[in-house]
Design a protein around this ligand. Structure first.
Ligand SMILES: *[C@@H]1O[C@H](CO)[C@@H](O)[C@H](O)[C@H]1NC(C)=O
Ligand SMILES: *[C@@H]1O[C@H](CO)[C@@H](O)[C@H](O)[C@H]1NC(C)=O
Ligand SMILES: *[C@@H]1O[C@H](CO)[C@@H](O)[C@H](O)[C@H]1NC(C)=O
Length: 207
């Protein structure tokens, strides 16, 4: 009796497993490793990402799509492209949505490998534990990088997004800071030319 039961359970597991573990097709030259899922027929639907006209994209909780630059399935990490800073302003394209916000119910969070720079901040940011000094690396971004020109001479700061902070958002707003960018796998002492832009997200295992 027990053997039959185990056999039935095993069979149903195998059956289930084959549909469950189907890997999604590539998108825009990127592989879509399990459990990431671009449609209902593959991957694990809790790990939904999007293949929009040949671009692999991550959808935020507030409906903004961010381009996925690379995926590391072993480390369970992916890197998305930071939003652009609109020309001649110091506004990121996701300012109307208050920056990047991840759905806390989903298995993704922002990793601790990110150095975030905030621009055009109001004075009350100075009370927070960010580096808003004259030698913060955000000054170099304003001076050297074309995209940062619109933020020149605004109050800016940088910080390491570590485990002491919320891992589900990078917030911008009018009257707070109105733009941001982010470096991944870079140290503040690295030269501007070697900076790698990106926001690294990680996902929890599906089991
Ligand atoms: C701010 O960052 C700069 C550049 O990394 C560093 O030299 C400086 O010591 C930092 N200041 C504070 C107060 O942490
Ligand atoms: C900086 O932010 C303020 C509101 O907080 C806004 O009025 C101003 O236009 C912003 N500056 C730039 C250069 O975008
Ligand atoms: C983010 O997710 C990873 C993987 O599930 C987990 O190990 C880590 O503790 C999470 N970080 C935070 C700050 O919640």
């Amino acid at each position: 009796m027990t053997t039959v039961l185990i056999l039935v359970m095993l069979l149903s597991l195998l059956n289930h497993g084959s549909a469950f573990f189907r890997v999604c097709p590539d998108c825009g030259g990127l592989q879509v490793p399990y459990p990431l899922s671009t449609n209902e027929d593959c991957g694990d639907s809790r790990y939904r990402i999007h293949c929009n006209s040949g671009n692999l994209e991550f959808l935020s909780a507030t409906g903004v799509y961010y381009k996925i630059l690379r995926i590391d399935p072993c480390a369970r990490k992916l890197v998305i492209q930071p939003p652009v800073i609109l020309k001649d302003t110091c506004y990121t394209s996701d300012l109307p949505e208050w920056g990047l916000m991840l759905d806390e119910k989903l298995p993704f969070n922002i990793s601790t490998q990110n150095v975030v720079m905030l621009f055009n901040c109001s004075d009350n940011i100075l009370q927070s534990p960010l580096n808003c000094s004259m030698n913060s690396i955000c000054r170099k971004f304003e001076e050297v990088v074309e995209e940062g020109r619109g933020c020149m001479n605004t109050l800016c700061c940088h910080y390491l997004k570590d485990s002491a902070m919320t891992s589900h958002r990078i917030r911008v707003r009018l009257g707070g800071c109105t733009a941001y960018t982010c470096l991944v796998d870079s140290q503040p002492r690295d030269s501007v030319a070697s900076w790698k832009y990106g926001i690294e997200l990680q996902w929890s295992p599906p089991y």
